[in-house]
Design a protein around this ligand. Structure first.
Ligand SMILES: C[S@@+](CC[C@H](N)C(=O)[O-])C[C@H]1O[C@@H](n2cnc3c(N)ncnc32)[C@H](O)[C@@H]1O
Length: 393
């Protein structure tokens, strides 16, 4: 494909991403896969170039542009290489008219800025849309970090967490034997630090209430040395089903999964009521801490959705709290840098639950945000997360 044709394809892909963001359709990654599957004539270099252009536009505009073309026309004002591609040639985009609509605004949605934690300064804001690094967690049930690092000479050992390694972006993980053998899992440093904050030990009874596909559950199983009772629950069958092959690969046999009916969680978990040493609530959230990885999710967030996830988080805190044994702990986590989902959510829980206290987690990263910890891309080199460790008296 000629460069102008690549730009025209990027405009078409971005239009599909804009429609999906508006209507709650497939993710940008999924749409890109379908887009290229339907255009077999595009070679791997074309696909990479089209994707890079589309993602450049996604990262550049915090609020959804009216059309993909308006985004690229605005980008052309800032980047001469893009401007030259509006050449009106066959398969390329038409030349830009002087009065054409241009997308406006900065890389972050203006409405969200007042909601950020007060720790999000200008340097953090600039880092929120950087390219995310590629981190892995070594599965201590199968090997040591040193052994894995010897097999991955390009890996950097991350000092903040005991099993974390960082690989160069674009590392071909898919067919690597270490992944197939369950020796390593792809997992951002921030997620690994949340597992560290759980401070679980062999033989404990642990509930991972919002386990999803079990990224953190597998880390917990390794920290528990595959002993004790580890229940992974979720209301989403598809996500929870993905845990099974990962669990087998990782050799984590102490995990039991439990599919929950929304609205009936407490009854369905009644055998764990007041019995858990640790409950992890990795709650659904705005995802504002992972915009580096999924920048188009900025276009899906609005104040109504934010209110909905906050209410869901409050409900989950109450469910999780019910399951903790006296003297046991609850770790509440969100991949968000929005104060209402993090610091304020936990402050509200403590105000309304007098038998609970916050305990500052001893981990090697983050900044204190209220009684919890905020991890941020610039300060910690991880995705953005808030988490707090609470004890039931
Ligand atoms: C942030 S994701 C969890 C990610 C997962 N812990 C991991 O490490 O990959 C939040 C999860 O909460 C689940 N969820 C939402 N409402 C729930 C509820 N009422 N009870 C349990 N899980 C719920 C969602 O289905 C989703 O999988």
């Amino acid at each position: 494909m000629r460069p102008a044709a690549r730009l025209q394809s990027a405009i078409e892909l971005l239009d599909a991403i804009l429609v999906a963001a508006k209507e709650g359709g497939a993710s940008a990654d999924q749409l890109a896969k379908t887009f290229f599957a339907e255009r077999r004539y595009a070679g791997s270099k074309d696909r990479r170039a089209v994707r890079e252009l589309a993602w450049k536009a996604i990262r550049r505009f915090g609020e959804a542009p009216a059309t993909a073309r308006s985004a690229f026309v605005a980008l052309a004002d800032e980047d001469e290489e893009i401007a030259l591609l509006f050449d009106g040639s066959d398969y390329g985009p038409a030349a830009i008219a002087p009065d054409e609509l241009r997308a406006q605004g900065g890389p972050l949605p203006a409405w969200i800025l007042p909601h950020f934690s007060s720790l999000i300064d200008e340097s953090e804001r600039l880092s929120l849309l950087d390219r995310a690094p590629f981190d892995i967690r070594v599965n201590a049930l199968k090997g040591t970090r040193e052994e894995v690092a010897r097999q991955l000479p390009e890996a950097e050992m991350l000092e903040q967490s005991p099993f974390a390694l960082r690989l160069p972006a674009g590392f071909p993980a898919d067919n690597h034997p270490l992944f197939g053998a369950g020796l390593v899992e792809v997992q951002d440093l921030g997620s690994q630090l949340i597992v560290d904050a759980c401070a679980v030990a062999a033989g404990m009874t642990v509930l991972d209430l919002c386990a999803g596909a079990g990224g953190k559950t597998l880390g917990l199983a390794a920290a528990m040395q595959n002993t004790g009772k580890l229940i992974a629950s979720d209301t989403n069958r598809n996500r929870l089903q993905k845990l099974q092959p990962r669990q087998i690969r990782a050799g984590a046999s102490c995990i039991q999964t439990k599919l929950l009916d929304p609205g009936h969680e407490i009854v369905m978990l009644s055998e764990l009521s007041g019995a858990c040493d640790l409950v992890l609530i990795d709650a659904p959230c705005s995802g504002s801490g992972t915009w580096r990885r999924n920048p188009e999710t900025r276009w899906r967030l609005n104040s109504k959705r934010l209110d909905r996830v906050r209410a869901e988080q409050e409900k989950l805190l109450n469910i999780g709290a019910e399951m903790v044994a006296p003297g046991g702990h609850l770790v509440y986590a969100v991949c968000s840098i929005i104060a209402d989902e993090g610091r304020e959510q936990v402050a509200n829980f403590l105000d309304t639950h007098p038998k609970w206290r916050a305990v500052y987690p001893s981990i090697g990263a983050g900044s204190a945000d209220g009684v919890g910890v905020l991890l941020t891309p610039n300060h910690d080199g991880s995705d953005g997360f808030f988490f707090a460790r609470l004890m039931k008296l």
